[in-house]
Design a protein around this ligand. Sequence first.
Ligand code: DX5
Ligand code: ZN
Length: 212
Amino acid sequence: MVKISTSILGIKSNLEQDILKVYNSDTDYIHLDIMDGKFVPNTSFNYEEINNIYNYKKPVDIHLMVEDPIKYINQYIKLNPSYITIHYENQYLYDSIKLLKDNNIKVGVSIKPNTNIELIYKLLPDIDLVLIMGVEPGFGGQEFIPNTINKIKKLKQYMLNNNYNTLISVDGGVNDTNSCDLINAGCDILVSGSFITNSNDYNKQINKLKYM
Ligand code: DX5
Ligand code: ZN
């Protein structure tokens, strides 16, 4: 069964109140988008804010869209997240993977829409999750880029041919019009923000994604 990771990026205004709704929903994970205004042209939460809302009720996956992931990893490992994901396009990629492994945190690597999926193949023995971006990272509420499906299918086929069981996750523009194709293409985890949090009924939206 596909798992859902709810991005809380879109609920900044009522964060303390609405995060409780996410904690109490059927979501499998909470997806935390951390941005520094340099790696992507936007900022989001700081460590203080995250620490204040963190209550361990749901496992957390952290998506670092930052220029200096080492500094952020050293902060966020204190929360004992399920996954910390860094970007393939980051210059500190290999140092970040090592730091996460040394701290027994599961490693995710994310790739932007214009990065070739083949580049990730060599990392598969060393990582736990590939996070394929369905939009340019930086903002919630963008439209899904259709070619993402082909990237997922290609990665899934390569993994089947070579016996890898790294998880495949997709992030950005996920909604009930593409969830069926994403699941059939091989996604294990769907990250979704606005489709869930723009609604009053989070569970209804989560279940639309899960059961297509
Ligand atoms: C985009 C973020 C996503 C985003 C998802 O840079 O990494 O996690 O918040 O939000 P939606 O589902 O609204 O695209
Ligand atoms: Zn994200």
